[in-house]
Design a protein. Structure first.
Length: 537
């Protein structure tokens, strides 16, 4: 049984066109604009066309008694080459004089299935175009007439020569009869002479007719229509050229769009399910207002969580609901939030998800577990570089002195544990026994959810070290930014160490620059905390 070919996914095609519409539009605009400019810069050319008819060549052989077999199409093609020959062009140049240098081009073509030849001359001067077309047509007709007259004249000369030969033969017969009148051959000779006289008379008649034809015939071509003065140039045509080039640009743009789509290795929303295996998609986060202004973000402008009535806040409430339902029948309180690479908005997800859970009446602790480039505390107007997680893990302060209750409206049940001073061994600290003890203490203190903002999985091993202490992991990805193989690799690494991936949150923001897409670029924070924007993870 033959395998059926898969149906074309029109939605996927339309989605591709929407994503790559800028490529298509750019190709159309570039092609059309380039053709318009190039065409507009060309000089105006005028064209004039004369028409010549090629008649049946058998008309010129009427006196030969021989029917000439001819192919009309072949005859027309032959005459086109004759018109384009150097002899005709030389004759036309002589007739044009100085105007010959102003002739741009000469095109000879047949007119459909007829015997008409079109002689089209082009020049920057309309008058030169007319004169050149008519001059070529006249030279061609004259050349054909001269050739035919010469042929008839040569035929008449040949017939006269044969008649003269017959006259000499008859004179010889007369001389033989006069020498021996009593010869028995006289009657035969006289009969032979009579036949020769008939032949001579016929030859003379045919010679006379050939001479008459040479005087009156005009060849097997005739000038049907002379060229007229053109009113407007035939080229350039910028609008038409731009339209044709735009159509070509559209085809090129479509091909380029699908090629780029094929070569694009970034995650697409419709492909997430295939990349994360059995894990769920907890929700999709739209663009945050602050992240839309990524390139205009001021260094001293702090980041904040989404407004309660915004579409973004509603999206995080949806993620929070999905998270709570994923815990039905199971105890999953300690959750790490990470991503494959940096710059994918995991800190934003942790801050807003924590607020959404707290606003629903749950006790939530948000832990800034990214000890290399912390940014979670900034969402709550706190300082990550002061007392925090590292201070507790190193035994410098108790956890009760490190956590801070936020002043976020409707989220009074939310506590934040900043990162604290930057350590030299973040992976060891996060995977240590004190970290497990800290999490147990927070759970015993009544926390319903502990959300830990973790470093990305691929650049560093911090999250893998911490994974042994958490109940589950949420992975954040950004369509159009996260590489598909990176997301797949991150999920695979987490599963290899036994971590349970609760689900994936799709962050709608797809920055074109500023993301840390190379593993080695994820480094410790400097002495002066780097400026963060809304896309930092």
């Amino acid at each position: 049984m033959d395998e059926q070919e898969p149906d074309v996914d029109l939605r996927a095609l339309l989605a591709t066109l929407r994503r790559r519409v800028w490529v298509i539009v750019a190709c159309v605009v570039v092609f059309a604009a380039g053709a318009f400019v190039a065409s507009a810069r060309q000089p105006d050319l005028y064209a004039a066309t004369s028409q010549v008819r090629v008649t049946d060549p058998n008309a010129d052989a009427v006196f030969t008694g021989i029917q000439i077999k001819s192919d009309p199409k072949r005859e027309v093609n032959t005459q086109i080459l004759v018109i384009q020959s150097s002899s005709i062009r030389t004759c036309a140049d002589a007739a044009l004089g100085e105007q010959a240098d102003a002739l741009e081009n000469l095109i000879v073509s047949g007119k459909g299935e007829t015997d008409i030849l079109l002689i089209r001359a082009a020049s920057r001067s309309p008058q030169v175009a007319v004169d050149a077309s008519n001059a070529v047509a006249t030279c061609y007709v004259d050349a054909k007439r001269t050739a035919l007259v010469s042929e008839f004249q040569q035929r008449a000369v040949e017939l006269r020569r044969k008649s003269a030969d017959l006259g000499e033969t008859m004179s010889a017969i007369d001389a033989e009869i006069a020498a021996d009148p009593a010869s028995p051959n006289v009657a035969l000779l006289r009969s032979e002479k009579a036949g020769l006289q008939d032949q001579q008379q016929e030859l003379d008649q045919r010679a006379d007719e050939a001479e008459v034809e040479a005087a009156v015939r005009g060849g097997n071509v005739e000038l049907v229509d002379e060229a007229e003065l053109p009113r407007r140039p035939f080229t350039p045509t910028p609008a038409r050229d731009a339209l044709l080039a735009g159509a070509l640009g559209l085809l090129v743009g479509l091909g380029l769009a699908f090629l780029l789509e094929r070569l694009d290795d970034k995650v697409r929303v419709e492909d997430v399910d295939d990349l994360i295996g059995d894990s769920l998609v907890l929700g999709t986060i739209p663009l945050l207002a602050a992240r839309r202004l990524k390139h205009h973000h001021l260094p001293d402008t702090p980041r904040t969580v989404a407004k309660p009535t915004s579409a973004e806040a509603e999206a995080f409430r949806t993620v929070a609901t999905s998270l709570r339902f994923s815990n039905l029948g199971r105890t999953k309180r300690v959750i790490a939030v990470t991503s494959a690479d940096a710059g994918e908005g995991k800190s934003t997800v942790v801050a807003n998800l924590a607020v959404a859970l707290a606003r629903s009446g749950l006790k939530v602790v948000a832990v800034s577990g990214d000890l290399r480039r912390p940014s979670l505390a900034e969402f709550f107007a706190l300082d990550d570089s002061q007392v925090g997680l590292t201070s507790v893990l190193l035994g410098e302060v108790p956890v009760t002195e490190a956590v801070v209750r936020t002043s976020t409206a409707d989220a009074t049940n939310l506590l934040v544990l900043p990162a604290g001073p930057s350590p030299h061994n973040p992976a060891e600290l996060l995977g240590s026994t004190p970290m497990q003890q800290l999490l147990d203490q927070l759970v015993q203190g009544g926390a319903d959810y502990i959300l830990i903002d973790c470093p990305p999985v691929l650049p560093v091993s911090d999250t893998l070290a911490l994974a042994q202490h958490v109940d589950g992991v949420i992975v954040v990805c950004v369509p159009g930014q996260t590489k598909a193989d990176h997301l797949e690799a991150a999920c695979q690494r987490l599963r290899q160490i036994g971590a349970e991936i609760i689900g994936v949150t799709i962050n709608g923001f797809s920055p074109r620059s500023g993301s840390y897409d190379q593993y080695g670029r994820y480094e410790y924070r400097s002495a002066t905390p780097p400026t963060a924007d809304a896309s930092s993870g």
